[in-house]
Design a binder for this molecule. Structure first.
Ligand code: M6R
Length: 618
């Protein structure tokens, strides 16, 4: 998500903050800004620009050079609300311009809060959720609270997961103060010699100090020139240990992990929380983003789900759910094929585009095609302001945070979750059979537990490591599954081949005997996925077919106690959840498998040969 830096001390705050922002730019890169406290008091000096730091904010500093300041906050943004622009860039200020706020995360109730504040006469200048915060703090400041108390009061009104840094212009050096808040999103305090830092990542402060306090959920930090203090949620001052970090700067960018891919795999529980936040509750899906689609859903007679690579696999997994919930035919389509397939699109065809980047050329070409046919269009993307998000009738963001590794991980699993929510929402609007309503209720009941289940899976990687050890010397591998497990197999094989360079292919398990079985020879690795109750016996037979030809079987299953697991050579157990959601947990296991195998083979995990993160050419 976004990056936050704050500084108070004897150095030039502009230099320290700019340096920190450059180190955090990998977290977000559509705009950046800083707010500096003038020594003489008065308004904070805010400079913010759309674009990358070097071309945007750095130029802004040349156009509007700040005076020397020893306290300030900075932000590099990855948009979630409001497209990238100078106005939407952080920091955001109150009406008087004497306090400024930067924010990482989402304020769910910003709309209601904004309305109330506007009615009280507060003036807003942007479209972003963050802007309610400085106005709320201002209200409590006006009522006589100091900056810390006012921030604590303001935060009581906020719903969501976030980290904040607030700075206020005091009178002279003594009045300067920074306040940090941690609610789910990470925030640390860097402790230097007579200088103190706030940052969303340790990477930002490493050149200045290796002593850091990792704030706990609900904590507030108050930083002045005289020191720092931490307060818990109830406002009680608390001690938090100062930890000494021994990472080098490059490790720090990856949160101490050897690759972005593993960092992003591990971020999935948090990404799922963000993706689901405010979108489910009381057996209901809340997706106000679907305003247009909801209005026309009754006239639909078919749905196309279009994407490339991993995003196509998300479409493949969601297809049955769309067909069931909406009660009309749904098809998953590869964008590079669909664009030339002369599809029978019309005003009754909903075309759903799935794209992490929102910039994939083939997917955008399909969007043009849909628009020419006047078909309603819906986008699912991770990038606010992307071409896809701007071109479709409705867009739902996956909120996974920036993904740096070429191999998609957290953006894929958040796509799966969002697609399930959309199918449920549209199906409810159209009206669905009771058995499908039950299915949807099961999804809504189990989805909030997924992050916890993922944590358990991520904590114990022994089984996955064992299978990776077996796979690593091979040059071929097969993935088999039925129904949703076939979609999961497709993604599993792509992940393995793109980063480990092992030739991998997925086969619908029932299709084995129609050709692929000819390739199954002694000890060849076959990853069999079985999570769907109504297909379990059929899968068991397919596993037997492979075994009879001498294949080495790894069973990925939510029923490790079953007979099929007993005949497999290895088992990767995954937690049991609603059947529709199982591809999310299977994906996690197969991402880890691909990752560890690639590492064992010495492959350049984050940048596989011949591939690019965003494919903007045909
Ligand atoms: O940005 P998109 O989701 O549209 O990208 C489509 C594919 O290029 C992408 O999903 C690719 O297959 C993955 N990065 C592979 O892990």
């Amino acid at each position: 998500m976004c990056g936050i830096v704050g500084y108070i001390g004897p150095r030039c705050a502009t230099d320290v903050i700019m340096d920190g922002l450059r180190r955090l730019e990998y977290r977000g890169y559509d705009s950046a800004g800083l707010a500096l406290v003038p020594r003489a008091g008065g308004q904070v000096h805010v400079i913010k620009r759309q674009g990358e730091i070097e071309t945007g904010l750095q130029r802004g500093l040349q156009e509007d050079p700040p005076r020397f300041s020893g306290a300030g906050i900075g932000h590099t943004r990855w948009a979630t609300h409001g497209p990238p622009s100078d106005d939407n860039a952080h920091p955001h200020t109150d009406c008087t311009g004497s306090l400024a706020v930067v924010h990482n995360g989402i304020i769910e109730n910003y709309f209601e809060l904004g309305q109330a504040l506007r009615e009280e006469g507060h003036k807003f200048r942007s479209e972003v959720d963050t802007e309610v915060i400085p106005h709320l703090v201002e209200t409590h400041r006006d009522a006589g609270a100091d900056l810390l108390e006012a921030t604590m009061e303001a935060v009581r009104n906020l719903r969501g997961a976030y980290a904040l840094a607030v700075v206020e212009s005091g009178k002279g050096d003594d009045g300067e103060a920074l306040v940090g808040v941690r609610r789910e999103s990470p925030l640390i305090v860097g402790v230097g010699e007579d200088e103190y830092f706030l940052a969303s990542d340790i990477a930002a402060v490493l050149p200045y100090t290796r002593n850091v306090v990792i704030l706990e959920n609900g904590d507030f930090a108050l930083l002045t020139r005289n020191g720092y203090a931490i307060f818990d949620e109830s406002g009680q001052e608390v001690e938090r240990p100062v930890e000494v970090v021994d990472w080098d700067a490059e490790d720090a960018e990856r949160g101490g992990h050897p690759h972005f891919m593993i960092k992003e795999i591990l971020e999935q529980p948090a990404a799922w929380v963000a993706a689901l936040q405010g979108r489910i509750g009381d057996d209901t899906v809340y997706l106000p983003e679907l305003e247009y689609t909801t209005g026309i859903v009754d006239r639909l007679s078919q749905v196309y789900l279009v994407g490339c690579g991993t995003s196509y696999h998300a479409a493949l997994a969601a297809r049955p759910q769309f067909e069931r919930m909406l009660g009309i035919p749904a098809r998953a389509e590869i964008a590079s094929e669909f664009r030339y397939a002369d599809p029978a699109l019309g005003t009754d065809s909903l075309v759903v585009f799935v794209s992490q980047s929102g910039e994939t050329a083939d997917t955008l070409a399909c969007l043009d095609l849909a628009k020419q046919a006047d078909a309603p269009t819906l986008g699912i993307t991770n990038v606010v302001g992307s071409s896809l998000s701007r071109g479709v009738d409705d867009v739902v963001f996956t909120r996974a945070g920036p993904e740096i590794s070429v191999a998609s991980t957290k953006t894929y699993t958040t796509q799966l979750l969002i697609l399930d929510l959309i199918a449920g929402h549209l199906g409810t609007t159209r009206g669905m059979r009771e058995e499908n309503a039950q299915r949807m209720r099961a999804v809504l009941a189990h989805a909030p537990d997924l992050p916890g289940e993922a944590e358990r899976l991520l904590d114990d990687q022994e089984a996955v490591l064992g299978v990776a050890g077996y796979l690593a010397p091979w040059e071929d591998a097969f993935f088999i599954g039925r129904g949703l497990d076939f979609a999961a197999a497709m993604e599993g094989q792509l992940k393995l081949k793109e980063i480990s360079y092992i030739h991998a292919e997925a086969c619908a398990a029932g299709e084995l005997k129609h050709g692929t079985l000819a390739l199954i020879e002694q000890d060849i690795p076959v990853i069999a996925i079985s999570t769907q109750d109504h297909l379990r016996e059929k899968m068991a037979s397919n596993v037997e077919e492979v075994r009879a030809r001498g294949g080495w079987i790894c069973l990925v299953t939510d029923r490790p106690e079953d007979r099929t697991a007993a005949i497999a050579d290895a088992v990767i157990p995954i937690p049991r959840t609603a059947e529709v959601l199982s591809p999310v947990l299977v994906a996690l296991a197969l991402q880890l498998l691909a990752y560890h195998t690639a590492v064992m083979r010495g492959c350049p995990v984050d940048k596989p040969r011949n591939l690019a993160k965003s494919v903007t050419v045909e």
